[in-house]
Design a binder for this molecule. Structure first.
Ligand SMILES: C[S@@+](CC[C@H](N)C(=O)[O-])C[C@H]1O[C@@H](n2cnc3c(N)ncnc32)[C@H](O)[C@@H]1O
Length: 248
């Protein structure tokens, strides 16, 4: 098994693949005008699709859910069928770097915890062409909540995602990329734990046993633990912020 396979083996089956909650998805939706039955929303990096199903349950729109990892899309389908919204969710297995939709075909683009893969600025610029004029973009993104992080935390993010920036800097980027920022709000700490870190941390002892004789795999397990420990120690310095904006 290569490193990515072990990573996905550890991550698979969690309700979410990052911080979030149905309540936060609804709060962001509440900042937008209502959608109708002919509206289309693109959910980029939908993963197992908790937010996709929340969008389908709280709007009459069709949701196009895109991710490049097929097992997550299977999880999404199962969840959508259980909630009886599968008929309004079109599942697309493709890379966000190679999206093949018609220009200006979506009323909104949604992306919870996934724009970092494209890069914040790059994703804002690249995805814009799929939005109708005046269309909306709603996304969550890792953000400094305090501009003076301790050294250990600074190094952690320099290694993991050096593009991390403060809200003010991200707001400037949003304006530079041709959007009008409508509002932002920070996700509460409970959204990191309830459907993500708590179930992930519970699985780690099993993988420590399973990979006791495999140092490379064990390092991946311990890096998941390290990420959780860093959050336990420093959650007041960084968080996920919902950015809700309109194509200018
Ligand atoms: C941090 S997870 C967030 C998933 C989901 N939105 C959630 O909050 O549970 C990032 C997602 O992006 C997907 N992903 C990674 N690289 C991708 C790519 N190049 N194209 C599309 N999706 C990608 C992963 O499979 C994963 O589901």
């Amino acid at each position: 098994m290569d490193d990515m396979e072990i990573f996905y083996e550890i991550q698979f089956g969690l309700p979410r693949q990052g911080p979030g909650s149905d309540e936060m998805t609804r709060r962001a939706l509440g900042l937008l005008p209502p959608f109708n039955a002919s509206s289309k929303i693109l959910d980029v990096g939908c993963g197992p699709g908790k937010q996709t199903v929340a969008l389908a349950r709280n709007t009459p729109a069709t949701i196009v859910a895109l991710d490049n990892y097929m097992p997550f899309l299977g999880q999404l389908r199962y969840h959508a069928e259980a909630k009886k919204v599968a008929d309004r969710i079109d599942i697309v297995c493709a890379s966000m770097f190679n999206m093949n939709f018609k220009p200006e075909s979506f009323d909104a683009i949604w992306s919870e915890g996934a724009i970092y893969i494209a890069g914040f600025k790059n994703g804002l610029r690249d995805w814009q062409r799929f939005l109708k004029r005046g269309g909306y973009m709603a996304l969550t993104h890792i953000t400094w909540l305090d501009s003076n992080p301790p050294d250990e935390l600074w190094r952690f993010w320099q290694e993991g995602y050096p593009e991390i920036a403060a809200l003010r800097e991200n707001s400037t980027t949003i304006a530079e990329c041709g959007y009008r920022l409508i509002d932002t709000f920070t996700l509460p700490e409970s959204t990191w734990w309830n459907e993500y870190y708590t179930p992930l941390e519970r699985k780690l002892p099993y993988f420590r046993d399973r990979y006791a004789e495999n140092p490379a795999a064990l390092a991946i397990v311990e890096s998941a633990q390290h990420e959780i420990d860093i959050y336990k120690k420093y959650s007041r310095y960084y968080g996920y912020v919902f950015y809700v904006m309109q194509k200018a």
